[in-house]
Design a protein. Sequence first.
Length: 378
Amino acid sequence: MTADEGLERWRLILGAPADRATGPLTGTAAARDAALEWLYGRDGDLEQRGVRSTPLSGRTGGDGPSVLTAVDWLDDVHRLFPKETVERLERDAIERYEITEIVTDPEVLSRVEPSASLLRAVLRTKHLMNPDVLVMARRIVEAVVRELMDRLRPELRRALTGSRVRRPSNLPLARDFDFRGTVRANLAHYQPEQRRVLIERPRFHSRTRRHLEQWQLILLVDQSGSMVDSVIHSAVTAACLWSLPGLRTHLVAFDTSVVDLTSDVTDPVELLMRVQLGGGTDIARAVDYAAGLVDTPRRAIVALITDFYEGGDPHRLVRTVRRLVEQGTVVLGLAALDEAADPVYDRGLAGRLADVGAHIGAMTPGRLAEFVAEKVGR
């Protein structure tokens, strides 16, 4: 990086007040500055810090964010910045400044690149969308869900499908050919002058999958607004676990009511489009519903994914969890189920559940699969 490029970068970071020291920007740098100002000029404390918004590329005639549309701005940032920066700018526009037209304007949706932050925004604002916009928003949901499933499915299947036990076999199948064993068994027929081994007795493996007893996994997912990441990853995890040997998966969403989404587990896109984020939280009602789904208590796992801020009856919740644990059911209380697994939860109520035998913590989907595999594979 040259000195001029370094100075330009500092000017973009510091904003217009730095013009006195660096001089005004021109060309591409000025356009980048305008795009950044359109977004970050919305900060309410700029004037208190002595930072005044400036006209943006002639598109506005006064202080404050320009009249540049979200469509124009997206075009500009995709043209002016590298992909990583574009993703950060789009995320800030949606999550920090709540520029909802990015996910409710069909022209914007046709341009925007699918991302996890956009998926969260779609789930939060889909109730504002007309049917045509919903069709376009579904493209974002499908793309992000596909990416998440492609990343998670191999990890989850490795954890749950069982190991293969190798032993000698008389069945000659090419996929089970034992190269090392064959070489060892035929070394007596090595021909040094031709540098080859004559194979008289080929060796093969037999493969036997680990036997898995039928278990139940009941995922209870808090669908309050703060749990959007957990809802997304729970839907994807349930879809990946569906129909795996030895495991029957249920997915139940709850706020103050309970909705059994198991019938939609095979289509996580449709499932997410059905979820209604927001509202209160009645964890006790959800756990009671899960208790009614349990067929064989000692081969059942109830995974409660929530922030533990109970709007219902905490005493009833503790009683139900104690009863499940006493009958042999594994109860997991997960404070987060996203890639970061950053737990923010009511530690008091979580502690009370731990006292009656629930396992409390934070798990990524991969770690949850490992935990389930350990139980199922016993």
